[in-house]
Design a protein around this ligand. Structure first.
Ligand code: ADE
Length: 260
């Protein structure tokens, strides 16, 4: 996968040299380049912002440097070539999710445009959208200073899904959000620590019981912490034991009679 990141703070991306992302880059699974937006400025102050039309607080990023950056990184593609996908982190975007991470992991080329101040002149995104798919994406309902940290988050979520990055691909299938539920708690040795015991079932060697226990814990945890996720579950994905576990967690499933 090719990734280009454009920002006025290229130094923000130093962590992308570390750990498994760094390894994916070194191993050629991820071809990632960080670009300084000011490369595409020509005045002595290397200006990237100006006051907003219509008034109001703060500054807006001017379109010219962004236009040139995107021309350089995503030249108009011939009809038979797939254009890159442009991602713009902003609190006004669609919510980032594991499903979107999977979608992005299947793209051959991503470009991230990191806005600062009050955001990027809308015409940059409107013009880019005539050449490539553009997704404005938000990490959640809060406001950051700029898109840089959001890009670090998104790249971490996406890189772990690239084939060959994780040693044990099975862990992707079991982790939180893989099936619309949070993952069950995990334990390792020693079996007793400061008076707290590892649940006996996990030491039983009975794989059927262990799977059922994990499923129950997943349902209990999700019901307690993320009732919105329980409400979004398809009744077809629940068996009778699931419905019972949810009932015990004080979460009656309205369509319980539909469960297998
Ligand atoms: N930039 C500023 N706030 C943001 C948020 N919540 N998500 C993504 N990018 C942002």
């Amino acid at each position: 996968m090719r990734v280009d990141i454009v920002s006025i703070f290229p130094e923000y991306f130093a962590p992308l040299d570390l750990s498994l992302i760094g390894k994916a880059r070194a191993g050629g699974l991820l071809n990632l380049t960080v670009h300084d937006l000011r490369t595409w400025t020509y005045d002595v102050h290397r200006t990237v912002d100006d006051t907003p039309y219509g008034g109001g607080p703060g500054m807006v990023m001017r379109p010219e440097p962004w236009g040139e950056a995107l021309d350089a990184l995503a030249p108009p593609t011939p009809g038979d070539r797939r254009p890159p996908r442009l991602l713009v982190p902003t609190p006004t975007g669609v919510r980032f999710s594991q499903a979107l991470a999977h979608e992005l992991a299947a793209e051959p080329h991503l470009i991230f445009a990191c806005g600062r101040y009050e955001g990027i002149d809308q015409r940059v995104l409107d013009h880019a959208a005539t050449r490539m798919p553009v997704t404005e994406v938000s990490l959640g309902d809060y406001v950051l200073f700029g898109g840089e940290v959001a890009v670090l988050v998104i790249m971490e979520a996406v890189t772990r899904l690239l084939p060959g990055v994780l040693g044990n691909a099975g862990s992707l299938d079991e982790e939180s959000h893989a099936h619309g539920l949070l993952e069950a708690p995990v334990y390792t040795k020693p079996p007793v620590w400061r008076g707290h015991e590892v649940p006996a079932v996990l030491r039983s060697g009975d794989h059927g019981r262990i799977a059922r226990w994990r499923r129950d814990e997943s349902l209990r945890r999700t019901a307690a912490r993320r009732p919105d996720m329980i409400a979004a579950l398809s009744p077809d994905s629940l068996d009778k034991r699931d419905v019972a576990a949810l009932g015990e967690a004080g979460f009656p499933v309205p369509s319980a009679d539909m469960a297998k």
